[in-house]
Design a protein around this ligand. Structure first.
Ligand SMILES: C[C@H](O)[C@H](O)[C@@H](O)C(=O)CO
Ligand SMILES: [Mn+2]
Length: 421
């Protein structure tokens, strides 16, 4: 699209929104101030660089065989950079522990140290971005029985506690060096295929282990712990130790973040609706934008009703400073850089659309009891020229407008990705 058309379409859109009392420039400023944490695991199909040959486990699954998967950290960082160049606004990089770099030596999860993330930290600094981190309590022989922190086997439980402690130290170092807290997500696979008899002791053990992991007092300026609940995993259909209630109770009682993943609840449950409830009790929370298709399939997130509703609820609750937004999907059937670009831009567009909502008009109508006007306006907003504002925002940020990014991904595929297989 020509620059003049982008500008003239933006001017027209600005006027339309202004008629509804919406300031498009303020909306773009708010979007600009919001960091989106881009997960590393889309780039290599959740395999990591441990080199143990261990298959992906833990009830999650990547399907597809698109060429060009990143095979090492250098390739993954190069792919990240390509994706960054096609996405406007502030980005963070979200790492799992098993993306460590050890120079070829096998380092088990209970031996990980900050030195194995030096390259990542250096790179993040050069890119001007911050890092987030995740404990990796899956895809490991000691997680194969389905229990980690809730294992009855004390050696296994201690192994994972040690892993958690070390991950927290690494996250603290990241947070300290980058001058921005590193969000450390704790997701544990723990659960079982069939209904267990003992749920109570398992959960008590799980909590005990989490407390042990978090026993060191680390400033929230460095690390923000978050606990992620889940409904079920493949092969772990009947029981999840870290259920919604357990995670919420743990987060509230320990004053840490709760992580709500769009794919981790019953299909009729609205994650958007949880935001205003959770934030009554917690200062902050983390959301994982994903797209469950029939189950927690981790399809690339789109600007669908769930993502739109989630962003609306964050904006309506005036909670952009309190909700950390991270992506969580992994699709190996399409170009992985395109997956990042589609998912990140979709998340940002949904957020922009929420920021362009005529909040005052809607609230006034609702408070007056004029639900007819509210319904009419909500429906009308769906076809307002949000995209003209988005195109202008991309142009202003020096990233491709519309589908222009796609040609760049295809070129990179030809020049770089196809040479990998
Ligand atoms: C890689 C995992 O999918 C991710 O860390 C976790 O957040 C999750 O959602 C597991 O289902
Ligand atoms: Mn998740």
């Amino acid at each position: 699209m020509k620059k003049e058309s982008i500008i003239s379409q933006y001017e027209a859109a600005k006027e339309r929104f202004a008629e509804l009392g919406v300031d498009t420039d303020a909306a773009m400023d708010a979007l600009d101030a919001t960091e989106i944490s881009m997960h590393c695991w889309q780039g290599d199909d959740v395999i990591g660089f441990e080199g143990s040959g261990q298959e992906l486990s833990g009830g999650i699954l990547t399907t597809g065989n698109y060429p060009g998967r990143a095979r090492n950290a250098e390739e993954l960082r190069a792919d990240y950079e390509k994706a960054f160049s096609l996405i406007p606004g502030k980005k963070r990089a979200n790492l799992h522990e098993f993306y460590l770099e050890t120079g070829g030596k096998f380092v088990d999860r209970d031996e990980v140290e900050v030195k194995y993330f030096e390259n990542w930290m250096q790179w993040a600094k050069e890119q001007g971005i911050n890092l987030d981190f995740n404990t990796s309590m899956f895809s490991h022989p000691k997680a194969d029985a389905g229990y980690t922190l809730a294992s009855y086997d004390e050696d296994i439980r201690k192994f994972w506690v040690e892993h958690g402690i070390r991950c927290r130290d690494i996250a603290a170092e990241m947070g300290k060096r980058q001058g921005s807290p590193c969000v450390l997500n704790h997701w544990m696979v723990d659960g079982s295929k069939d209904a267990p008899v003992d749920r109570y002791d398992r959960r008590a053990l799980f909590i005990k282990s989490l407390d042990e992991i978090r026993s060191k007092d680390i400033s929230k300026d460095y690390v923000l712990d978050a606990i992620e609940s889940k409904l079920f995993g493949i092969g772990l259909e009947s029981f999840t130790v870290g259920s919604g209630e357990l995670a919420l109770g743990y987060a509230v009682s320990r004053d840490i973040l709760l992580t709500c993943d769009l794919g981790h609840f019953h299909p009729t449950e609205s994650v958007a609706d949880k935001v205003s409830a959770v934030l009554q009790f917690l200062d902050k929370m983390l959301v994982h934008t994903s797209r469950p298709v029939r189950w927690d399939s981790d399809h690339v997130v789109l600007q669908n009703d769930e993502t739109m509703a989630l962003m609306q609820e964050i904006v309506r609750a005036n909670a952009l400073q309190r909700v950390y937004i991270a992506l969580d999907f992994f699709d190996a059937s399409i170009n992985r850089i395109a997956a990042w670009v589609i998912g990140t831009r979709a998340t940002q567009k949904a957020l922009l659309s929420a920021l362009l909502e005529p909040q005052k008009l809607l609230l006034d109508a609702e408070r007056k009891g004029d639900t007819t006007f509210r319904l009419a306006l909500v429906e009308e907003m769906k076809n307002m020229p949000v995209n003209a504002v988005w195109d202008y925002y991309c142009e202003k940020n020096g990233v491709p407008v519309g589908m222009d990014w796609f040609g760049e991904v295809k070129q990179y595929e030809k020049d770089v990705l196809l040479g990998r297989d």
